[in-house]
Design a protein. Sequence first.
Length: 433
Amino acid sequence: MNITVIGTGFVGVVTAAVFASLGHQVVGLDIDESRVTQLQLGKLPFFEPELDSLVQQTATIGNLSFTTAYEEAIPSADFIFVCVGTPSSDTGAVDLRFVESALRSLAPHLSDDTIVIIKSTVPPGSFTRFEKLLKSQTSHAVALASIPEFLREGSAVQDTLHPSRIVIGADSVHVFEQLKALHVAFGAPILQVTPASAQMGKYAANAYLATRITFINQIADLCEKNGADIAEVIETIGYDERIGKHYWYPGLGYGGSCFPKDVKELAYFSRQVGHGDNWFNDMQQFNEQRISAALDRVVTKVGSVKNKQIAVLGLAFKPQTDDTRESPALKVMEWLLKSQATVTTYDPRAVLPSQFAHHQAINQVDTIRKACQGADGIMIVTEWPEIVNFDFTRVRDKTKMQWLFDTRNRLHPPSIQEAGYQYIGIGRVGKKV
Ligand code: UGA
């Protein structure tokens, strides 16, 4: 099949490379010329495990190419996946400008049998608006469907090759059958639902996962007040199959390009339909206030950070990615700078975003050892394996009262304390510490 994927972000490049690896002829289309030029040279604009080699292999065998030209990539396409960004606007509502612009650009080149699939995360209800927009721009038949994406950054290739389910939001049986045939190779359950349900399902999945994280963070905070240990609490509840043991670890709150914006959109939508007080509003606030609340607690334990050097280990919003969008590390650094601390930071992949890059009080270094040298406090923010497995006894400065804030609860507190650090975790002030 001829497939065109519009948007060469995480979802777009992964979708394009995976379909190309299944033997389809795929064109990745983006209006960003420099990005497309890089992709044509086999260079990815971001880090994602396994994607580099998949893009190179599929391009080498002639199954994958990249272009900026709609007139080249649209007319012969059997399927067009729209994978452009849907950021939050100031009101919290999702900004659909990029999806609409892609639809407007592709419409004049559409053929009768092409199916256009919205993969970008868009709110239920927008489908009708997209259908109208397309129909107003072309005299050809319009076949539109919605297939939300459930991949996670850091494991995007494997998640796409082995999805838990394929959700096809399509009103027409004919469109559904063709999309089913395209996806049957993935060997996953294929669901036919309405476009609105597919889109609501995507929001519900992300909001539920964000809820779990928010919930366990709240429980962890209570553990700090009553002497319980959050790891033991998670084990205690996890044996109940309705609850489960996974996707529960506490920290500084959820980040990344998806959960914060999707929860904001649900909060906004709830307000629009008359639910001013809604769980999504509350969740968003808990998550936003979490970092300063956690750092205030650290200060009550270790004293002011003014004029202190703090090592921030990890910049990416999670391991195995160089993505710093809505990363807790950035909010931690903002807070530290406001408190007049100096920061040395290290991340195996991510680089300091521009707002911090030239800041006098921040220095990004290339090893954990350098970041920790002379530090008064160390904060583990992103749980990269090389960070959580690092031997912190090697960088203990015996002339100082150093503290170590393990925001991901990945270290063994007694070993850290034996090395002479003051250990601070999340929700673990009980007997183990
Ligand atoms: C998330 C969802 O997991 C995917 O299913 C979804 O497809 C994707 O959003 C999307 O909408 O595109 P992702 O943002 O890549 O994927 O990352 P996650 O691994 O889910 O982590 C999100 C945030 O929650 C991170 O900041 C992470 O550190 C935090 N988290 C996760 C916790 O604090 N505790 C946990 O137990 C799990």
